[in-house]
Ligand binder design. Sequence first.
Ligand code: AMP
Ligand code: MN
Ligand code: MN
Ligand code: MN
Length: 287
Amino acid sequence: MALQEHPASAVAADLHSHSTVSDGLLTPSEVVARAAGRGVELYALTDHDEVSGLAEAESAARALRLPFVHGVEVSVTWASTTVHVLGLGIDPDHRPLRRALAQVRSGRTERARQMAEGLATAGIDDAYEGALRFVRNPELISRTHFARHLVETGVCYDVRDVFRRFLVAGKPGYVPHRWADLPEAVDWIGAAGGVAVLAHPGRYRVGELKLHELVREFKEAGGTAIEVVTSNHTPDQVRRFARMAEEMELEASRGSDFHGPDEAENVELGVVPALPRGLVPVWHRFL
Ligand code: AMP
Ligand code: MN
Ligand code: MN
Ligand code: MN
């Protein structure tokens, strides 16, 4: 029997992207306008550990009649690995969520200073000040801002190159950090009226068994969906995570993880493949 296509699948949803409120290059209004201009029909802004861009994004979306979903991407530490959990459909004014996110953000400045110290040992001076020039939200300095600085100063030829050489485990600018716990992040999202989505599972450098364990714990904690389609997934990974969503009875999400024009090859708002058939698109909840 042919697999049924869920009616919501036809909607061009892009439920993962960033603005200047975290490590994106466009303001919330600009990113919304770009999404609308590229044919996105249902759009979520999901800044890292921040909801302060959502009010601006929502009014920009309303003016353009673009259906909008309030989102956030929470940084989580699970079994010593950093994983990201999207909260979709959250109430951005929910006080406990705002407090929890402020707590998650709070270690970033000290971490950034330590990253700069690490980079100094590799002969790169004043990286903290350099990175800050790219930061628009003082509470949210990220590795991406360091990467842009090292590209601009010619140390590396692109952002990927910076990560590979300087910003991942074992490299001089890498500082291990403890983010939120998985169950608490899922709880915050649920308490704020949203659903939790495990972001870009193909990005985690863990083996098959560990990944299954992660998805199982995510589901047990109350997680709703996994991001099956994202710009960074290969066609094989899309198939693999589609199967995983079905097996684990999780819904499926889709998002570009757009950070800015020309920031990364093949990453653009609305430019993401369709969900494989047979899955339940998490966005049926927002239509
Ligand atoms: P942070 O939250 O400070 O650890 O920064 C994480 C962000 O760095 C991610 O959201 C991506 O935007 C970016 N990032 C992580 N790994 C890479 C990579 N290999 N290439 C490019 N950007 C990356
Ligand atoms: Mn990012
Ligand atoms: Mn992410
Ligand atoms: Mn993201």
